[in-house]
Design a protein around this ligand. Structure first.
Ligand code: RB5
Length: 146
């Protein structure tokens, strides 16, 4: 993956800034940053929708959403059929969200994680492949739920 799409609300704009810089400088990724870029209060569902619609249109394979806890963004993103958004607090959940769940959206909490931990989670999440097999069968069942 050489292209990262990312969005947040005001609860995580500073963490997003740190992750954008990490992605551009350390990982040499092209970043499409959908905002926000300051502390003024916004409503997270609209930002989740913008990012998820771009993924579903094929503009990016995977993306990253952030809000204060990560909970609201996770709930909003998972309303979109075809989006599998995973709220991750550590490298283990990030790894398993890729290997078992083929998560196409990583969600992080700006008021939960420090920048170094978040960078480690992002690195793992970007690198891990999907295991397929029985996990694909379970995703097919998930998709059939509605
Ligand atoms: C904003 O205060 C906060 O509610 C939001 O960032 C997020 O944590 C919601 O789930």
């Amino acid at each position: 993956m050489n292209h990262l799409i990312i969005a947040c609300d005001h609860g995580a704009w500073e963490l997003k800034k740190a992750l954008v810089e990490h992605a551009q400088i350390d990982l040499q990724l092209e970043v499409r940053d959908l905002g926000v870029n300051g502390p003024d209060s916004v409503d997270y569902p609209g930002y989740a929708a913008q990012l998820c619609q771009r993924i579903l249109r094929g503009e990016a394979k995977r993306g990253v959403l952030l809000c204060g806890t990560g909970l609201g963004m996770t709930m909003a993103a998972n309303r979109f059929k075809g989006i599998r958004a995973a709220l991750c607090h550590d490298e283990y959940t990030a790894r398993m969200s890729r290997r078992h769940n083929d998560a196409n959206v990583l969600v992080l909490g700006g008021r939960v994680l420090g920048p170094r931990v978040a960078m480690g989670i992002l690195d793992v999440w970007l690198a891990e492949p999907f295991d397929g097999g029985r996990h694909q069968r379970r995703i097919d069942v998930l998709d059939a739920l509605g």
